[in-house]
Design a binder for this molecule. Structure first.
Ligand code: DOR
Ligand code: ZN
Length: 380
């Protein structure tokens, strides 16, 4: 397909309007005036709840939701039921993912049952197709266990993704800082390992990561759209529907996260898409729907387009060693809409942005050369 008058997002930022040909839709030509074409985004942190929690999400509902949000590739966390801690479970998910409209990569657990005690077989999980290891949702390893996990992951060539929250310290900012410091100490004892800090939420953690990077440590970090856009005060009126782990913090923390992202101290934007059914939220479950609101939330932050490209396209793929395979999204940055969770493709309607007026929508998603989403596009 030829897209006329489209602006292209790449490492240099946004181009002037030009004609771009993408490998989908045959010989068609369309007027894309006002639209932005980007390589498909990769979400490094998603909970697809499959197997085990079909009331929250399934591979297929999660994939549809991701596609409508502009993610052509997402990385599924291991806190399913059963936990993805065995090679055959990874293999099963990889096989089922092959039939989805988008790409889904699979994370294997670091420890059996996410319990923080017994290491999984990193080499076997890698051979089964895992792209990384993570106990996300929990963080129960002591420093010695984490150092051993990092060394095993290094031998398997996998990064370790950490939900940095020292659980014995609760959920405050000090619990995050302590876990990041411990993880960096473990990393220092694991030559060749790669450590990635998930959903950084505090200024203190940003400072530790910045200092570690300055010393040349192989650490990367991610931040969620909600931690970039919201504070604890914003969700206080929502009661349990504002629960998320890590929690939203202060305006100073939020501003520090935006700055760290812009400076490259934080590498990646990842949604932590955590769908829950509404009764579970009412009962206190942590997490927000992420896929279908991410783009508009991020456009609302007015980030440098080069930062957006780095954080949503380039760095997440580098971290899990994935290339891009005819994956494109077409964005209408001016299209206005109101967040209505009942319209989500996801089973998770749990969003703190319900009712918000937003600007920025996906009008087309292409994955593996196929148009998988199309929302009203002018033909010429
Ligand atoms: O809010 C969260 N929800 N944070 C996590 O780390 C886990 C996730 C979930 O699985 O619901
Ligand atoms: Zn987490």
């Amino acid at each position: 397909m030829r897209l006329r008058h489209v602006r292209l997002l790449d490492a240099r930022g946004l181009s002037y309007p030009q004609t771009v040909e993408i490998p989908a839709g045959g010989a068609e030509e369309r007027d894309a005036t006002g639209l932005i074409l980007s390589p498909g985004w990769l979400d490094l942190h998603a909970h697809l709840r499959d197997p085990g929690f079909p009331e929250k999400e399934t591979l297929s509902s999660g994939a549809a939701s991701a596609a409508f949000g502009g993610f052509t590739h997402v990385v599924a966390m291991a806190n399913t039921m059963p936990v993805t801690d065995q090679p055959d479970r990874v293999r099963d998910l990889v096989t089922r993912a092959a039939d989805l409209p988008i790409r889904v990569s699979v994370v294997g657990a670091v420890t059996i049952g996410l319990e923080g005690r017994t290491l999984t077989d990193a080499m076997a999980l890698k051979a089964a197709g895992a792209v990384a290891l993570s106990d996300d949702g929990r963080h129960l390893m002591d420093g010695d266990t984490l150092a051993r996990a990092l060394r095993a992951a290094a031998r398997a060539g996998l990064p370790v993704l950490i939900h940095a929250q020292a659980e014995h310290l609760g959920r405050g900012p000090q619990a995050e800082a302590a876990a990041v410091q411990d993880a960096l100490d473990s990393l220092a004892q694991a030559p060749g390992a790669r450590l990635h800090i998930q959903h950084v939420s505090t200024q203190a953690a940003v400072e530790l990561i910045r200092a570690a990077k300055e010393q040349g440590m192989p650490v990367t970090a991610e931040v969620t759209p909600h931690h970039l856009a919201l504070t604890a005060g914003d969700v206080a009126p929502l009661g349990p529907f504002g629960n998320v782990s890590p929690p939203l913090r202060t305006a100073d923390d939020r501003d520090a996260l935006v700055k760290a992202l812009s400076r490259g101290v934080i590498d990646v934007i990842a949604t932590d898409h955590a769908p829950h059914e509404l009764p579970a939220k009412a009962a206190g479950a942590n997490g927000f729907h992420g896929f279908e609101t991410a783009l508009a939330v991020l456009l609302g932050l007015d980030l440098d387009p080069r930062v957006l490209y780095r954080a949503c396209v380039e760095r997440p793929r580098q971290i899990i060693d994935q290339s891009i395979d005819d994956e494109w999204i077409l964005i209408d940055p001016d299209r206005e809409w109101t967040v209505d969770p009942s319209s989500f493709k996801s089973r998770g309607k749990n969003t703190p942005f319900e009712g918000r007026r937003m600007r920025g929508r996906i009008v087309m998603t292409v994955c593996r050369g196929q148009i998988i989403v199309e929302r009203m596009l002018q033909r010429v």
